[in-house]
Design a protein around this ligand. Structure first.
Ligand SMILES: [Zn+2]
Length: 484
């Protein structure tokens, strides 16, 4: 397979597909709509899982597992929920050669089956809050597949919590949004915007949905995680009640929140370039790749001996590293190969370096000679660790600069069309669902761009302005843009 990818400027979608396959993250499946996550892509997912799972546990959550199959009648119990999910359900009608008495839904999300179990487990206020997360796969029937971004089956985590009061559940919803933002910013180096979804974009069955929105390299938005305040909708549908401290029977208040393998797509598109992936050190399967270089046979042993020292040093420092001592591939080929795979830091080690007691470091985030430096072998552990920290910070700074450079305030409708043709627009919006539909339709008709309201950012400028759509008074600004 050629190591060259379609340039981003030529065909962004083609670039994305090339990266996913050439970096060996995922492959197409024989089953339409599904994907095969390859070992390198799965290791990246495992690191994402670890970063999130640690944060979930630090905030008091525990993991459990609920069944893949959900009785069809469960899905119908919450009216908005069934309406939202009906078009994309996969249904099992037969099992063991017999027609089932009640068809089973392959879970698209688990509010219903978990709600059913919570009704059984929750008796009194002493059982609350109940803070459970599950790591699982879900199925939402999709025919237009984009690996990691939109597939019929994907992996995710779904948190489901139950609380005694409205306020506690709302606090939990925002706490988990904060956890997602912290993960995205610190680990994935993606400067997400925290916000609330408009009514037309919220989760089917939620009172309020919150999101973290990220800007991709083509200036489209990617919804990268969501947290929903479900009020008492599911509690009433599944009869989840508890006896409060005054011995009164009350419905609980619930939340749900999820991040999926879409996060891999976010990382690819927030950081990748025409040489391939660029992975943040906090999540990269290999933080460092070591490429030993020799030409003559007598140099080989000297170099490989020095590589053993490098290996011991990196292992002691707890760095995730890989040594590429394969014969039959040139160093240049290896450089390209690991650049494609986005390894943050490369260590080159040749006979001259051994003589001089040094190694050469090459940063993935700073291409060419500018990103190369020689460091003494003696200080390698510290130098490598410092450089990984610098790379992580620089990636976040670059992505933040890119997002800010491509986000502008739209003062009128003409500006909204111009700005959203190549970035995000911030504009005053009245909050009306019909006004939102009207704005979308007008931009599509007049500029040919399918935009949506990505979110109403939690951080607002304050004051008020005239709604971009209907000229009515507005107290909040929204982000408008194209999205995946
Ligand atoms: Zn309006």
């Amino acid at each position: 397979m050629s190591e060259r990818v379609t340039p981003q400027s030529q065909d962004y979608a083609g670039w994305y597909n090339d990266i996913v396959q050439k970096a060996e993250l995922a492959d197409y499946s024989p089953v339409r709509g599904c994907m095969v996550i390859m070992p390198y892509g799965y290791t990246l997912w495992e690191n994402i899982q670890a970063g999130l799972d640690r944060r979930f546990k630090e905030t008091g959550h525990v993991n459990a597992y609920f069944p893949l199959f959900i009785p069809e009648s469960f899905i119908r119990k919450e009216a908005e929920h069934v309406e939202g999910f009906a078009p994309e359900l996969a249904v099992v009608t037969h099992g063991g050669g017999k027609k089932l008495e009640e068809p089973l839904i392959v879970r698209p999300t688990s509010e219903t089956i978990i709600g059913h179990m919570y009704a059984k487990w929750i008796r009194s206020y002493r059982d609350l809050p109940l803070l459970i997360n599950q790591w699982a796969n879900v199925v939402r029937w999709e025919m237009r597949t984009r690996l990691f971004l939109r597939t019929a089956e994907f992996l995710w985590q779904e948190g489901h919590t139950a609380h005694a009061t409205d306020q506690e559940a709302q606090e939990e919803t925002l706490r988990m949004l904060e956890v997602y933002a912290d993960f995205a910013i610190r680990d994935a180096a993606i400067p997400v915007v925290k916000g609330r979804k408009s009514a037309s974009e919220k989760f089917a069955g939620a009172i309020t949905s919150y999101t973290i929105e990220a800007m991709m390299g083509n200036k489209w938005a990617l919804q990268s995680g969501t947290s929903h305040f479900l009020g008492q909708n599911f509690a009433k549908a599944f009869d989840i009640k508890f006896l409060d401290e005054n011995n009164q029977l009350q419905y609980v208040w619930t939340t749900s929140w999820g991040v999926s393998t879409r996060m891999v797509g976010a990382i690819i598109m927030a950081h990748g370039d025409d040489q391939g992936l660029v992975l943040p050190p906090a999540l990269a399967p290999h933080q460092v790749v070591v490429v030993p270089i020799w030409r003559k046979a007598e140099q080989k042993n000297v170099v490989l001996e020095a590589v053993e020292n490098v290996k011991a040093t990196l292992a002691d420092a707890g760095t995730r590293f890989h040594i590429d001592a394969r014969e039959g591939q040139t160093p240049g080929w290896k450089f390209n190969h690991w650049e494609m795979k986005g390894v943050p830091l490369r260590i080159e080690l040749g006979p001259r370096d051994v003589t001089q007691g040094q190694v050469v470091l090459a940063r993935r985030d700073v291409p060419g000679k500018k990103g190369k430096s020689a460091v003494p072998m003696a200080g390698l552990a510290q130098a490598a660790s410092d450089m990984l920290t610098a790379i992580q910070a620089n990636m976040l700074a670059q992505a933040t600069h890119f997002r800010d450079k491509n986000t502008h305030e739209a003062k009128d409708f003409e500006a909204l069309k111009a700005i959203t043709s190549d970035g995000w627009a911030l504009a005053w919006w009245c909050g009306d669902i019909e006004c939102e539909a009207d704005i979308k339709e007008r931009v599509r008709e007049e500029a040919g761009i399918p935009i949506t309201i990505r979110c109403i950012p939690l951080e607002q400028p304050g004051g008020q302005g005239m709604c971009i759509g209907c000229d009515k008074n507005a107290t909040e600004q929204a982000i408008f843009g194209r999205a995946y």
